[in-house]
Design a protein around this ligand. Structure first.
Ligand code: PLP
Length: 410
């Protein structure tokens, strides 16, 4: 009989745009005993998690809870619940994850309208606002932090333009939440989806979402109570019911409301992880956390430039938490990544679609975003590049990053 060894994953330094390293406090929380899903101790954990999510999303929305599944499940839940087949949906695309929103909208039966921006850039908000006025969509879906290109889309004025056209604005803040400001109420975002495995530094497996009364009003027009849970004749919904049962937010919100109307069986250990991860974020403070991400980015980019490496994309829209580096001519990007991982235990990411083989993507997110990780990566990258025949000015990368760190009054 085959014998399976004890699991013993390597301790990695993970500098990718997710998943990233997880704080030991979160890992410890995941090992706590399982509670029943209607145990008052557990429902209190659900309530506290909702309270902390409201702070994270900077919102007074009643609804802020996790969808069980990876971030994509949160995106699908929001889109399948808020897009009625036949709706006109505008998706501004400036990278891979904009294409994902397009594809999901299409699968929801929407008439999808799009504007596209060259990868490595974002839209001036006026261009999106002009498209909203021209297309008059029912829904606008867009990415805030595009990890495929390392860009952040300014959202100013877009929420207001959606209100003027009575459109709902859905935002993928999977990569930004917990690392970069996301102002749900101030920016008038109707529904926002976050991710756990990036700046929140929790394992992948839950997608925190929030949505406001405007979004809820549409949901309630599609609401249907599950057949086996009905206590009276179910009201006929005014709009077509949501095509997914698992991802139907009108049912999920009943489960997260004081009614606790049963839906799925909540992911106990993941919820412990989310609660602990949120506690860590709020203990650090959102502003301090955003500043930490900016500071480590500054050290990393100073180090990379001192090594003679060039950053990809327009500078003004660079996403703090993802740094894209052009792979120097003649260097095999995958061989470099592999040596970093195998010999130094450090992981950086490759890239997708048109950027494949062109750039490396370095994440500075959450628990991974710290001085010793940045210095370790710069030192190791120098050694690996020299090994691959690329002339790096010796020691300059780490020294430039140290200069940034030492400039801070501690
Ligand atoms: C911006 C963005 N949106 C959505 C996703 C999808 O998330 P998941 O892989 O957790 O489903 C990712 C994942 O990398 C992402 O970076």
């Amino acid at each position: 009989m085959k014998r399976y060894e004890d699991l013993s994953p390597s301790l990695r330094c993970i500098m990718t745009p997710g998943p990233v390293e997880v704080d030991p406090r979160v890992l410890r929380a995941m090992s706590y005993p399982v509670l029943g899903q209607f145990d008052p101790e557990f429902t209190e954990i659900m309530n506290e998690t909702m309270e902390m999510l409201r702070e994270l999303f900077a919102t007074k929305n009643q609804w802020a809870y996790p969808v069980d599944g990876t971030s994509r499940s949160g995106i699908e839940a929001v889109m399948v619940s808020l897009i009625v087949p036949g709706d006109r949906v505008l998706v501004p695309v400036f990278g891979r994850f904009g294409h994902l929103l397009y594809e999901i909208a299409e699968r929801c039966g929407a008439e999808v309208l799009t504007i596209e921006q060259t990868w490595g850039r974002v839209f001036p908000p006026e261009e999106v606002i002009e498209a909203i006025r021209r297309f008059k969509p029912d829904v606008v879906a867009m990415v805030h932090g595009e990890t495929s290109t390392g860009r952040v889309q300014p959202l100013d004025g877009i929420g207001q333009a959606c209100r003027e056209q009575d459109a709902l604005l859905i935002v993928d803040a999977v990569a930004t939440i917990g690392g970069v400001p996301v102002e749900t109420d101030a920016w008038m975002l109707d529904a926002v989806v976050g991710g756990t495995q990036k700046c929140l530094s929790i394992p992948s497996g839950m997608a925190p979402v929030t949505y406001n009364d405007r979004a809820e009003a549409k949901l309630l027009r599609r609401k249907q109570v599950e057949r086996g849970l009905r206590t009276d004749t179910a009201a006929v919904s005014e709009l077509p019911v949501v095509r997914s049962n698992y991802l139907d937010l009108s049912m999920l919100q009943d489960y997260w409301s004081p009614r606790r109307l049963n839906h799925h069986t909540e992911m106990t250990s993941m919820l412990y992880a989310l609660r602990e991860g949120l506690r860590l974020v709020l203990e650090e403070g959102l502003e301090a956390r955003h500043a930490r991400h900016r500071f480590n980015e500054q050290a990393l980019t100073a180090g990379l430039s001192a090594m003679g490496l060039e950053l990809y994309g327009e500078a003004e829209s660079k996403l703090t938490v993802v740094t894209c580096v052009l792979i120097p001519a003649g260097i095999d990007g995958e061989a470099v990544r592999s040596m970093l991982l195998q010999r130094f235990g450090i992981e950086i990411a490759s890239s997708f679609g048109p950027l494949q083989g062109q750039i490396w993507r370095i994440g500075t997110m959450g628990f991974s975003c710290r001085e010793n990780n940045v210095l370790r990566l710069l030192g190791a990258l120098e050694a690996v590049l020299i090994r691959h025949g690329y002339a790096v000015p010796a020691g300059q990368g780490v020294q430039a990053a140290l200069d940034v760190y030492d400039s801070k009054v501690r």
